[in-house]
Design a protein around this ligand. Structure first.
Ligand SMILES: Cc1cc2nc3c(=O)[nH]c(=O)nc-3n(C[C@H](O)[C@H](O)[C@H](O)COP(=O)(O)O)c2cc1C
Length: 366
């Protein structure tokens, strides 16, 4: 049987594999991981939020430090690979517009916008011929709201949609009570998002790829969501457990050690729930203990830094550096299944083999 894994086309750009490595901010997905994924035929995505935290002037010049670090990482990723490179940015960032400008200037292939509805975005991105805009949503309703806003205010629609379901790692676009409600599973949300996107595809006569994300772990999972009508998948947790991932060895070790019962939902200072690995730091937060901090800039619009029990930016920076007494790791719901670190090449080969096996089994079973 000659089974082919479909490519993923977003407008005129085409990835050989329908696999996007989800952006992971605060230093987890940088040029090393991103270029390795792009070289393998997937789409590598730099996590752009607080990317400048290791720059020497981050403490007093955070916007400039972020812009500089983002520019450097994009350039380095492009030097290391000819593949497709994107940047993930949170709408809730106070420097979102400046960081989008860097992406447009550096001609990244795609900007992924999440954590808040990507309604108003800079004109340069709307008009860019080089940079696609991909919006991250958690419902069909969000597609309708965003696309209608874009039609009215920007005279065009976004280029692709990532549907991030409740099993994803990091901040989640759901209410706490929705996270365990079957109605909001990725499997149940995907058809409504595809249907909503189709309204706009028909209207404009263009293909708008829908990418499924959250808890996707094997090639079998990829096959399942593509069979359901997704054009590709976005995966993040599995890419953390690779040699190329830009985070510390201690961070990766947290992934290997995590058991199912260690995975928890936190109430992030950002104002959204987030999935993370429970540790002593988070247990102290749960008990109501605060880590005092000063906030010279407020990096997240929605962060109530005066009442927040800790600084999320600092906690995630500490985790990136491996200092887990002062931080914690975000992770997807399937992190407990990880038991070793592999290369991005090995991971991609495993996913491809498993995809083909799932497709063959499906054909055999009719
Ligand atoms: C450590 C970590 C950091 C993340 N950071 C971001 C981020 O900065 N922006 C974002 O939109 N999504 C972020 N995510 C979500 C991923 O991009 C991805 O969509 C999601 O985790 C997919 O689910 P999976 O991890 O089960 O594959 C993060 C996920 C993880 C595990």
């Amino acid at each position: 049987m000659d089974i082919k894994i479909p490519k993923l086309s977003i407008g005129e750009i085409t990835a050989e594999l329908p696999i996007i490595q989800g952006g992971m901010s605060v230093g987890i997905s940088l040029s090393n991981l991103v270029s390795a994924v792009a070289k393998e035929g997937g789409i590598g995505v730099i996590g752009g939020a607080d990317i400048g935290m290791l720059e020497p002037d981050f403490g007093k010049n955070f916007k400039k430090a972020n812009e500089r670090a983002l520019r450097n990482e994009i350039r380095r990723a492009k030097q290391l690979s000819n593949g497709i490179i994107g940047v993930n940015l949170l709408m809730a960032l106070t420097d979102i517009n400046e960081l989008i400008e860097v992406c447009v200037e550096e001609k990244v292939d795609a900007v992924f916008l999440g954590a808040g509805l990507p309604l108003t975005v800079p004109k340069t991105l709307i008009e860019s011929k080089n940079t696609k805009t991909i919006v991250i949503v958690s419902s069909g309703r969000a597609v309708k709201v965003i696309f209608r806003h874009w039609e009215r205010h920007h005279g065009r629609i976004p280029d692709a949609v990532v549907l991030e379901g409740p099993l994803a790692g990091g901040h989640l676009g759901f209410k706490y009570e929705q996270l365990n409600d079957e109605k909001y599973s990725l499997e149940n949300l995907l058809p409504e998002v595809i249907e909503q996107v189709k309204v706009f595809e028909d209207k404009y006569g263009v293909k708008i790829p829908v990418i499924a994300a959250g808890g996707i772990y094997t090639g079998h999972d990829i096959y399942k969501f593509i069979k359901m009508g997704a054009d590709g998948v976005q995966m993040a947790t599995r890419f953390v457990a690779t040699h190329e991932c830009d985070t510390s060895e201690e961070f990766k070790q947290q992934y290997i050690n995590a058991k199912k019962e260690d995975i928890t939902i936190i109430k992030s200072p950002v104002g959204m729930p987030g999935r993370a690995i429970r540790n002593h730091f988070l247990q102290e937060v749960e008990k109501g203990n605060k880590t005092p901090f000063s906030c010279p800039w407020q990096c997240i619009k929605t962060c109530d830094y005066k009442t927040a029990p800790y600084c999320i930016s600092l906690a995630l920076t500490n985790a990136k550096k491996g200092k887990f007494s002062y931080g914690f790791a975000f992770a997807g719901a399937n992190v407990y299944r990880i038991n070793k670190i592999v290369s991005v090449h090995e991971l991609m080969e495993e996913l491809k083999t498993d995809y083909i096996k799932a497709a063959e089994d499906d054909l055999k079973n009719g």
